[in-house]
Design a protein around this ligand. Structure first.
Ligand SMILES: [Zn+2]
Length: 198
């Protein structure tokens, strides 16, 4: 089990605090999310192959492919694996408010999935590349990961905050996020100006 995920599939408190700070996604929404190993059938969803990185969010469930749970893969419990988990989670939690917006019942889920399929489909016809990143929902979801990367920098895997999340040190993460508050807000504004024009 990766350090950030608890037995019941929820994220630890330190991870929730950090992901909330960088993504601005409601902390309770992140707390309600459940992280699960994906079944192989998810790989057959047509637009899944466009989804780089190995995770997908449907409703309140974030599915991670098997590699992420394997001891010889991203589930080895190393600081680097914790960092990779945080990076991908920072993107995936950005899909939680979108899923809520569309509705968590079966109709809403179907519409949400269809929105992706439609976007990917149309972009594929228009550009034949950048299919994934060009989609509006993806750009919106990417905010948290972008901010997290800016915040922790190239030496992120050995950053004290990654260790704090692995140890579920909520106090350390909260204090650090408070100190970094202005830097985080500035990065979020920069991201929105660059990528979220409407
Ligand atoms: Zn995504």
């Amino acid at each position: 089990m990766p350090h950030v995920v608890r037995e019941d599939g929820s994220l630890n408190d330190a991870a929730i605090a950090l992901l909330h700070a960088v993504s601005s996604v409601d902390a309770e929404l992140i707390r309600a999310a459940r992280i699960r190993p994906s079944r192989s059938n998810w790989l057959r969803v047509p637009w899944y192959r466009y989804h780089r990185g190995g995770a997908i969010t449907v409703g309140r469930t974030i599915w991670f492919t098997r590699l992420w749970w394997q001891r010889d893969g991203r589930g080895d419990g190393s600081p680097a694996s914790t960092w990779y988990w945080l990076l991908l989670l920072a993107h995936e939690v950005g899909h939680l408010p979108q899923a809520k917006r569309y509705g968590l019942n079966i109709v809403g889920k179907a519409r949400y999935v269809a929105a992706f399929a439609w976007q990917y489909g149309s972009r594929a016809v228009l550009l034949k590349k950048d299919v994934h990143d060009g989609a509006n929902l993806e750009r919106e979801a990417e905010l948290g990961r972008w901010v997290l990367m800016h915040l922790l920098g190239p030496q992120a895997a050995v950053h004290p905050m990654v260790a704090a999340v692995a140890a579920d040190d909520l106090q350390a993460v909260k204090e650090w996020c408070k100190i970094q508050e202005r830097v985080i807000v500035k990065a979020q504004v920069a991201y929105r100006e660059r990528f979220l024009f409407r």
